[in-house]
Each structure stands twice: as structure tokens, then as C-alpha cells.
Ligand binder design. Structure first.
Ligand code: IPE
Ligand code: IPE
Ligand code: MG
Length: 241
């Protein structure tokens, strides 16, 4: 490993909005699902690159609460891809010591997919390597609304005093309660928006918007972003002495 990699201060938690699969397929005259399949194949390389840069948490946006607005063919194809992906990758993820979690609302997902998600979480719960979080039927606003509902229920049941609700209380109700906030959020495909991803958690994240379409995103490009992160000055509202 090169010295510049070993000595740099990298992000502990990287979150990625994997965007551009559809355009990648269209550019090749192929259906959008062709791009989603190509995109899914990129994930492993990025997961495997994480330890080289000291990244402990990787969170990837696979399907948003807004993506249901797409055609039935695309949505069904994506759901089938997720089922196949989990079935196919489960053993390799466990063997690579990757601890997998899912965030998002499972209520709208089909029972077969949810049971595969539960199984994969269980199967990798003991793993001590990279923490891979897959956001599936995830929306930041939906997550905050669901968290608020549970918080309100605790108040109604007398388990929580409204006077004790503060910035530390609410995150305990979020899907990400066991994760640190992302240090760096990357979005591929040239769009400079967050599309409802990790709204609460990314309040102080750094952002990288890159033009590469997700199926073309390589470990090499990921590595360059990890190294340039080290040059950033994160002030969190304070002034350096
Ligand atoms: C991202 O790629 C994957 C999902 C949102 C499921 P897109 O499907 O959004 O690709 P573009 O943005 O249309 O190119
Ligand atoms: C965000 O991408 C969601 C995922 C990558 C899963 P979209 O392609 O859905 O976002 P918009 O519609 O361009 O904002
Ligand atoms: Mg898109």
C-alpha cells in the first residue's frame, strides 16, 4: 500500500447515491434494467476497496420511497434484482466478514424479499469487517416521520417525557440508530441533489458529486475521492484556534 494511502485521514462512513444506471443502459440502446444489473455488479468492488482507505461504514442507496413512481416493469425488475442479488452475494459477503444492514420501510416490500433481507442481516450479524448498509425503500422524510411516530408512541405510553426530547433523542428512533453520521456523501451521474437520502444524518457531511454513471464507477475513482477527502477542513460551525 502506498504511503499516501496509509497516512491519510479518510472518512469513517461513506454514503453513496448510486445514480445513472438508466442513462448508462440508454446510451447502449438497452433497457433500463440492463443498467441496474450492471450497477449491482459494481457494488462488490467498492465494498472491497473500503478497508484500503480505513472506511468502516459504507451506506448505499438502492431504492428510494419515490422510486415506486417508475413503471411497473422497472419496479418489478428491480425487486427481482434485489432478491437475486441477496441470494447470490450472501455467502461472499459473510465470507468477507461484511456486516450487512438494511434501512428503509420494509412494510411495502414483498414478503420473500423481506425474509431474504432478515436472513442476510442475521447471517452477517457476527461479522466484524465493513458495515454495509443498504437503503431499500428508503426516504429521509419517511424515516423521520416513522421515527416521530414511534417517539410519539413512547410519549403516549409514558416511556418518554417530551421535556427530554433533544438532538440526541430523535436519532435513536431513526433506522440508522446504530450508525455514525456519514462523513462523506458521494453521488454519481452528475446530478447535484440529495433526493431524500439521509436528511438528518448528513447535516454536516461533505459532498462529492461526480459525473461518472454508477455502472462505470470504479475502485480507482473511489480511492481518489477518499484521498481528496483528507484535504478537507471540516469546521462544524466552529473557528479553528
Ligand atoms: C439509480 O439509477 C438506481 C435507482 C434509482 C434504482 P437510475 O435508475 O436513477 O438511473 P438514471 O438516473 O435514470 O440514469
Ligand atoms: C436516487 O436516485 C435514488 C437512488 C439512487 C436509489 P433517483 O434517480 O431516484 O433520484 P432523482 O429522481 O433523480 O432525484
Ligand atoms: Mg436517477
Amino acid at each position: 500500500m502506498a504511503d499516501d494511502i496509509r497516512s491519510h485521514k479518510g472518512p469513517r462512513h461513506v454514503a453513496i447515491i448510486m445514480d445513472g444506471n438508466g442513462r448508462w443502459a440508454t446510451q447502449r440502446g438497452r433497457p433500463r434494467l440492463f443498467g441496474h444489473h450492471a450497477g449491482a455488479r459494481r457494488v462488490r468492488e467498492i465494498v472491497e476497496a473500503c478497508p484500503d482507505y480505513g472506511v468502516e461504514y459504507l451506506t448505499i442507496f438502492a431504492f428510494s420511497t419515490e422510486n415506486w413512481k417508475r413503471t411497473q416493469v422497472e419496479v418489478a425488475g428491480l425487486m427481482s434484482l434485489f432478491r437475486r442479488y441477496i441470494t447470490k452475494e450472501a455467502r461472499a459477503l459473510r465470507d468477507e466478514n461484511v456486516q450487512v444492514r438494511f434501512i428503509g420501510d420494509r412494510v411495502r416490500l414483498d414478503a420473500k424479499l423481506v425474509s431474504l433481507m432478515d436472513e442476510l442481516e442475521l447471517m452477517t450479524a457476527h461479522c466484524t469487517g465493513i458495515n454495509l448498509t443498504i437503503a431499500l425503500n428508503y426516504g429521509g422524510r419517511d424515516e423521520v416521520a416513522r421515527a416521530t411516530k414511534r417517539l410519539a408512541q413512547d410519549v403516549a405510553d409514558g416511556r418518554l417525557n417530551p421535556r427530554d426530547v433533544n438532538e440526541e433523542t430523535l436519532p435513536k428512533y431513526l433506522d440508522t440508530c446504530v450508525l455514525p453520521d456519514p462523513d462523506l456523501v458521494i453521488r454519481t451521474s452528475g446530478e447535484a441533489r440529495i433526493s431524500n437520502f439521509l436528511l438528518w444524518q448528513s447535516a454536516y457531511s461533505e459532498y462529492e458529486f461526480v459525473d461518472t454513471l454508477w455502472p462505470d464507477f470504479t475502485a480507482g475513482e473511489f480511492g481518489r475521492l477518499m484521498l481528496s477527502y483528507g484535504a478537507r477542513d471540516r469546521r462544524f460551525g466552529a473557528v479553528k484556534a
